[in-house]
Every structure is written in structure tokens, then in C-alpha cells.
Design a protein around this ligand. Structure first.
Ligand SMILES: Cc1cc2nc3c(=O)[nH]c(=O)nc-3n(C[C@H](O)[C@H](O)[C@H](O)COP(=O)(O)OP(=O)(O)OC[C@H]3O[C@@H](n4cnc5c(N)ncnc54)[C@H](O)[C@@H]3O)c2cc1C
Length: 372
């Protein structure tokens, strides 16, 4: 059995590493090296970091350890929150190249080979040697948000948000805490963030339904707290799409995995943990792709549904709602909330509703969660 994986980002390489015992695997990658330019803040949960150790020496990619987050309202009020798991900031360029090297030990990797078209089980690709065709039994589209496989095979597409991020001089509140900046002044439907990579450098970015550049400039120049702490030197600029909403990712002899399928936490934009788990379930169930989908959705379907409801709150809340929430944050127990498992936040919901004094705010929260 031959499986062709399109894309050598983490979804493609982790799929190869989970499939090679069951199939001859060929990975096609259009670029010379994946993971560059970087489109990632590099923040993963410490559980995800531990699980990545099965595949490569991910410690080599470690930049910083994170204990929790400061949540900021648009007026600059903030609350310090620590959940069940900490986080790790990694360098994606290093992670992606380590995973590629490992995948190369068990699969054939064809770099600079761009898949142009897919018809049935035939792929047309362009490499430095020219255009060519290959046939395979299973096609896996790990080719990111602009997936050729998805378009060619008529898969449904997720909603696309956009992210813009700078690696910039920045004085974090604390070096081991990320910061999240909420409010409609700083994003349409999402939030801004800073992820410290050292004492004086951070990845500061915005994910938004549209126009992340304008929101990021506003965050840096006029946010009451960020503008006081952001420097002028921009070391790196990263731009990328964030797919929101998992799609039906399995078809006839083909499946999507990773960003191509919208396998991203809808309330944070983080994709690495969910694609890692998808690659593992794919490996368990291969070559039965329908069973892959059933099992993955059994384990994670609820997380996507609740994650999308949390994200919907970013559309619903206004600036005063964030001020009210920051005001009561210290009375909420976040210690059981896992950053990869939004369902764990449901436990805090009854208490939250009890302590919210503002009727309009509690009805917004109820509205978002009512159809669970
Ligand atoms: C601004 C921003 C910040 C983010 N921050 C985080 C974060 O902090 N933590 C986190 O977990 N996630 C984060 N993410 C999400 C994370 O980066 C993605 O979920 C992850 O990169 C998806 O991996 P992938 O392998 O599915 O896709 P990609 O990494 O996009 O890889 C797809 C690969 O397919 C190749 N390809 C595409 N088309 C073809 C073709 N036709 N033929 C051959 N090859 C092809 C591409 O060249 C690419 O190498 C962030 C995303 C953005 C945009």
C-alpha cells in the first residue's frame, strides 16, 4: 500500500512517522525547507511538549517555559490566571526541521515538489526535473490552509482568519507569562497576544477575521499597557492564515490533516497539539479513513464544539464585559482548566454565572453556551 502525504509541515511529518509501518510513504513538499517563513507563536502546552518527545529531541527547540497568562481588558485592566498545565515556547524552525529529518528516516521525502493536481488516486506534481505523475492508494492533504488537495477533491473549507506577529523588543509583565489582549479595538473576532521568548523579546501578534496589520499597529501604539512596553526594533515579521472550524476531513481514499482540515483550537488558533493527536489516530486506524475520522471526532469533537462557543464570545463581548470579567477573575478557579481541553472550562461555568452581577453579561455567556 502506498500513501502520498502532501506537505512536510508538522501534520505531514507526524503523519509519516505514524504511518510508515503500515504503508510505503512518500511526502511531497513544495518548499526547499518547511517551517520557513515561520507562521507560528510556538506556544504549546507542556503536555503537548512531552508528547512531542516521542518523535524528536524537542528540548532543542525550547525557548521559554510559561506558567500562565495575563488577561487584559481593552482599558488595560488585567487578571493573572494559571490553569492546569503550563506552556512551552518553542522555535518552530527547529521543530519542523527535526521532524522532517526523522520522517526522512522512514519515508521518502521529495522536497521542491509541488503537487499541482489530484485526480482519483493520481497526483500531478512539479519538481526541478519537470512535471510528473504518481499513483497511490491513499492521499493525505497536510498542505496547510491553502490546501491543493482539499480544493482539487472538493472538500469543504474552514473559515479563514489572519494572523500577523512581530518578534519585537518587549518588556513582559513576567517572563514566564503570556499576555492576551481582548476587545474589538484589537481584533475582529479574536485577540492580540504576546509570548515572551526572553527577558526583552516577545512574539507580539494579533489574530483577526480581517486586517490584522492595522489591529497589531493599534495594539503596539495605543494599547494602554502594551504601548508602554513595546520597543521599536522589529526583528522578524510573520504572517499566516488561521483556519477556524474543523471540516469533514475524509473522502474517498483521501483525508485532510492539520490546518488543511481546520484542526486548530478555535479559541486560540493553536494547531500543533490537535494535529499531533490526529496523526496518532490516523496511524492507529490506517488504512480505514472513516474509522480515523470517527475515532478522532469521538476524542476531540466536543473540544472543537466548545472551543467554537468560546471563540463566539469574542464576537459577542463588548469592552465593558471584559472589564467586568477581569474584575471577578480572581474568584474563579482556573486550576482545573487545561489549555488544550476547553471542555474543562465548563466546570467553571456555573460558578462564573453565579458571581456575574451584570445581567447582560451573564445572558451573553448563556447565549453562547445554551445550545451545547
Ligand atoms: C500567526 C500564527 C501564530 C500561531 N501560533 C501558534 C502557536 O503558538 N501554537 C500552535 O500550536 N499553533 C500556532 N499556530 C498554528 C500552527 O502554526 C499551525 O496549526 C501549524 O503550522 C499547521 O501545520 P500543518 O502541517 O497543518 O500546516 P503547515 O505548517 O502550513 O505546513 C503545510 C506544508 O505544506 C506545504 N504545501 C502546501 N501546498 C503544497 C503543495 N501543493 N504541494 C506540496 N507541498 C505543499 C507547505 O509548503 C507547508 O510546508 C499559529 C498560526 C499563525 C498563523
Amino acid at each position: 500500500m502506498r500513501a502520498a502525504i502532501i506537505g512536510a509541515g508538522p501534520a505531514g511529518t507526524l503523519s509519516a512517522l505514524n504511518l510508515y509501518e503500515k504503508a510505503e510513504v512518500i511526502v511531497f513538499e513544495s518548499k526547499q525547507s518547511p517551517g520557513f517563513p515561520v507562521k507560528c507563536g510556538g506556544l504549546v502546552s507542556s503536555d503537548c511538549f512531552e508528547e512531542l518527545k516521542k518523535y524528536c529531541r524537542v528540548e532543542k527547540a525550547l525557548l521559554n517555559r510559561i506558567k500562565g497568562a495575563f488577561f487584559f481588558s481593552p482599558s488595560g485592566k488585567f487578571a493573572e490566571v494559571t490553569g492546569k498545565t503550563g506552556g512551552i515556547v518553542i522555535e518552530r524552525k527547529i521543530l519542523d526541521s527535526m521532524l522532517l529529518k526523522k520522517a526522512g528516516e522512514v519515508a521518502e521525502i521529495r522536497m521542491k515538489s509541488k503537487v499541482l493536481a489530484v485526480s482519483g488516486n493520481r497526483l500531478k506534481f512539479a519538481s526541478p526535473e519537470g512535471e510528473n505523475y504518481i499513483t497511490c492508494d491513499i492521499i493525505l492533504g497536510a498542505d496547510g490552509t491553502e490546501s491543493t488537495v482539499a480544493v482539487e477533491l472538493g472538500f469543504e473549507r474552514p473559515e479563514i482568519f489572519s494572523g500577523k506577529q512581530y518578534l519585537i523588543e518587549f518588556e513582559p509583565m513576567k517572563k514566564n507569562m503570556v499576555e492576551l489582549y481582548f476587545g474589538k479595538r484589537y481584533s475582529d473576532g479574536f485577540f492580540g497576544y504576546s509570548i515572551p521568548v526572553s527577558d526583552d523579546l516577545a512574539r507580539v501578534g494579533v489574530v483577526s477575521r480581517k486586517n490584522p496589520s492595522a489591529y497589531l499597529e493599534r495594539l503596539l501604539r495605543s494599547h494602554p499597557s502594551v504601548s508602554e512596553r513595546a520597543g521599536k526594533s522589529i526583528i522578524e515579521v510573520n504572517l499566516g492564515a488561521v483556519p477556524i472550524g474543523i471540516v469533514d476531513f475524509v473522502g474517498e481514499n483521501a483525508a485532510l490533516i492539520g490546518d488543511s482540515a481546520g484542526m486548530v483550537k478555535p479559541y486560540t488558533g493553536g494547531g500543533i497539539y490537535y494535529l499531533l493527536k490526529a496523526a496518532e489516530v490516523l496511524g492507529e486506524k490506517f488504512p480505514d479513513l472513516h474509522e480515523f475520522k470517527r475515532e478522532y471526532m469521538r476524542r476531540f469533537g466536543k473540544e472543537y464544539r466548545i472551543g467554537e462557543k468560546i471563540r463566539r464570545l469574542y464576537d459577542i463581548f463588548d469592552d465593558r464585559d471584559y472589564d467586568s470579567l477581569i474584575g471577578i477573575a480572581r474568584d474563579i478557579d482556573f486550576s482545573r482548566i487545561h489549555m488544550d481541553r476547553p471542555s474543562t472550562a465548563l466546570e467553571a461555568l456555573p460558578r462564573l454565572l453565579r458571581i456575574i452581577k451584570n445581567i447582560s453579561l451573564s445572558s451573553k455567556v448563556l447565549m453562547a453556551f445554551l445550545d451545547l
